[in-house]
Design a protein around this ligand. Sequence first.
Ligand SMILES: [Zn+2]
Length: 314
Amino acid sequence: MLRIIIVVSMFLFAATVPAAAQFLGGRMPYGAFDKLDHTEIKVDGSTLVVGIAPGKLALSRGEIVAWVKKSAEAVITYYHRFPTARTRVLIVPVSGARISGQAFGHRGAAIRLRVGRNATAADLARDWVMVHEMIHLAFPMLNRRHDWLAEGLAVYIESVARVRAGHLDQATIWTDFVEAMPRGLPGPGDRGLDNTPTWGRTYWGGALFCLLADIEIRKRTRNEMGLEHALRKMLSVANHESFSAIETAIETADIGTGKTVLMELYKAHRDTAIDVDLDALWAELGVRMEDGAAVLDGSAPLAEIREAIFTAES
Ligand SMILES: [Zn+2]
């Protein structure tokens, strides 16, 4: 009898533990995902296929599907299309209440979100991770040393897109930017964005690069074009399902504005530590902090550019 119990429990162990673990490895588990029950969401000609791995979640499938759809709509507000035609969205229940994510492209566009089993609708309402991962789908995969551009775009565009979609107000984003952007400045021994793979330089150094590019494109086009025109051009040629050399991607993106802002900035920042006077930049943009929150000034020299960054065109 004991022997039978041991055999049965070993069988259960073999059947359940790898089944859960297979959704949490370093790679997207395409095969296991395809065997899950799916909910298909159609957005603007694209299909998002949502699958939820086994495990407990406080959130319902309906709440998760609505969150995916709302996030996709923010991305479409910015790019005027969803980046990929068919996208697998895998939700993996994990302990706690946090949400974290990863985007994949090598075997077809995919996003994996680890969602804490205690996460609630309120957590989804303020979540930025889903939009961040969807933004990754809009740019080709790059060599690891250029992670700063991939992450910078995701951090910066996620913020802009959510304001444009009406999910957040601009002052909330500037409060975050003013607090976090200093982490993106070069520290001692910095050798430029391509050669300094620290967390701060990768995420916030990359985001600052994108903000500087957006402002410069607008300065050179009388505020008629912005970073989105460069990124839409890139997306018309390739998305995250293909790999690109960074120079090719940047050249392609620059075609979208008819300027060479991205290449000039890349050449300046790639192997040189360039300090940016953030206090002066915030003053020019008309952003000042009062009691820990950003207050916006419409009469500042670059206020029109700041407004245009956060305004969706019709
Ligand atoms: Zn990312």
